[in-house]
Design a protein around this ligand. Structure first.
Ligand code: CA
Ligand code: CA
Ligand code: CA
Ligand code: CA
Ligand code: CA
Length: 473
């Protein structure tokens, strides 16, 4: 039979298949269409070394001197000004894949801005630790020796968490085999950062991007081929999880699912957003930060302002903080896997004002510059120790101030009528026999704390029944 090529023949079964195809294609995993597009206003200096993941460091007092700290897989870390120019290249420590940071980490007698980077390549395979020196804006290596070395085959991704319950600091390590390790971070006693493994979660398959919510206590992991999972961020939270979104039918993600970031606010009415890099589509997906993380919108970064768009983004970060006139309502930062127009294999980061993103949806997304990430981990805790707690009169006791937080004033009450206003480590001599309650009040600009230890100091004949207690201190 010879068919007329110009004639369209109606075939009921074929029509159903085609119709189904037309319905499926726009919502399928491969061609999810962006709801809106934005353009960068700044891009960082490009490098031939492969950038992957950014973290935004907020300057403590001069917002415009904040920095973008980015990883260079083959090289290390690069820190950039908010206008994209290079501040520092850290190239002596290894090849970093992911980077995250938190403020107020207790190290020595200071509270530091701690940067954690996944030092990926074997045989390094460790977590690298840096402090940002706020005076020089330079990264200073504070990695303990030996460094944190995971049991997974390769440190792939990392993100940090500060527990709102305990104020403890954690780093999550993600891996190609899908195992996620949660390490508690602390001072090794010599002013360097070390850690202890607290939990291992089996996400399932290759997982890199992650982010933890320091207020809600949620931990999100991006299983690259599958989607985004939500776990509890506390080490005792086990492996229970819920799916936020998927790369499958009905999902809004296109594999690989890569970087995750949280936009915080102080608003109960709109606590902000979870953002994800949908790498396979070179798009970004926005969800509500509050449970159940409802999908809001998808956007991409297209050429504009003389800057190219983004392609196959790995890591992202976002902040609500005022960062000077160029980013007065915060910034969204995305890795660009192919910087143009030179097309010479270089990569960089694109910076988009948050104010340009919020108008992409109806109603617009929230702007709230009041949330302060520099307050996370800042906890006023009055605490002290003594070199000796009992003995015959006269008993001279050297007290150590172990208080944490931003402290302006202190008041010690030694229990025998003596007192001191020193915030350092006062010495007090007890001349009369007795049991004395020692108290310490600490006062800061934002909060205060008070602790009291009844009968902490015992002056008199040495009581051997207390010896085990003394030795245990
Ligand atoms: Ca990051
Ligand atoms: Ca990846
Ligand atoms: Ca990557
Ligand atoms: Ca590009
Ligand atoms: Ca460019």
């Amino acid at each position: 039979m010879v068919k007329n090529k110009g004639q369209v023949q109606f075939h009921p079964v074929l029509a159903v298949i085609l119709l189904a195809g037309l319905i499926l294609i726009p919502t399928g995993a491969f061609y999810a269409l962006a709801n809106f597009s934005v353009s960068a206003t700044v891009e960082t200096q490009a490098f031939a070394g492969d950038h992957d993941d950014p973290a935004i460091w907020i300057h403590p007092s001069i917002p415009a001197q904040s920095m973008v700290i980015g990883t260079l897989k083959g090289t290390g870390l690069a820190a950039y000004n908010m206008n994209g120019t290079l501040v520092q290249l850290v190239s002596q420590d290894g090849g970093m894949n992911n980077v995250d940071l938190r403020y107020n980490f207790p190290l020595g007698n200071q509270r530091i801005d701690l940067v954690v980077a996944a030092n990926r390549f074997s045989p390094i395979n460790t977590l690298a630790m840096y402090r940002v020196n706020p005076n020089t804006r330079k990264l200073e290596n504070v990695t303990a020796i030996p460094p944190i070395t995971p049991t997974v085959s390769e440190v792939y991704g990392t993100c940090m968490y500060v527990s709102p319950d305990t104020n403890k600091y954690y780093a999550f390590i993600t891996s190609k085999e899908g195992l996620v390790e949660q390490w508690e971070l602390f001072d090794n006693g010599a002013g360097k950062v070390t850690g202890a493994l607290k939990r291992t979660i089996d996400v399932g398959s290759q997982t890199e991007g992650c982010v933890a919510d320091d207020v809600s206590g949620d931990f999100y992991a991006a299983e690259e081929d599958v989607g985004i999972w939500k776990y509890g961020a506390e080490p005792g939270d086990g492996s229970a999880r819920t799916a936020v979104d998927s790369t499958g039918p009905g999902g809004h993600l296109t594999a690989d699912v890569e970087g995750l970031a949280i936009y915080y606010t102080n608003k109960n009415s709109d606590p902000g957003y979870l953002l994800a890099s949908s790498q396979g589509a070179s798009e970004y997906v926005i969800y509500e930060r509050r449970s159940p993380n409802n999908y809001i919108a998808t956007f991409d970064i297209v050429p504009g302002n003389g800057i190219d768009g983004t392609f196959r983004t790995d890591g992202i970060d976002v902040t609500n903080v005022f960062l000077g006139p160029a980013f007065s309502q915060g910034v969204f930062i995305a890795h660009d896997g192919e910087d143009e127009p030179d097309d010479d294999g270089e990569t960089n980061f694109k910076l988009v004002p948050w104010s340009n993103i919020v108008t992409g949806t109806t109603p617009p997304l929230t702007i709230d510059t009041s949330w302060d990430p520099r307050l996370v981990g800042r906890e006023m805790v009055a605490n002290f120790a003594a070199n000796v707690t009992c003995g015959p009169a006269p008993l001279t006791v050297n007290f150590t101030n172990l208080s944490t937080g931003e402290i302006d004033k202190c008041l010690w009450l030694f229990g025998d009528g003596g007192h001191s206003a020193s915030c350092d480590n006062p010495t007090h001599t007890y001349t009369e026999d007795g049991r004395y309650t020692v108290s310490l009040a600490v006062i800061g600009p934002a909060s205060d704390d008070f602790t009291s230890r009844p009968g902490y100091i015992e002056v008199g004949d040495f009581d051997t029944t207390r010896l085990p207690l003394i030795l245990a201190q």
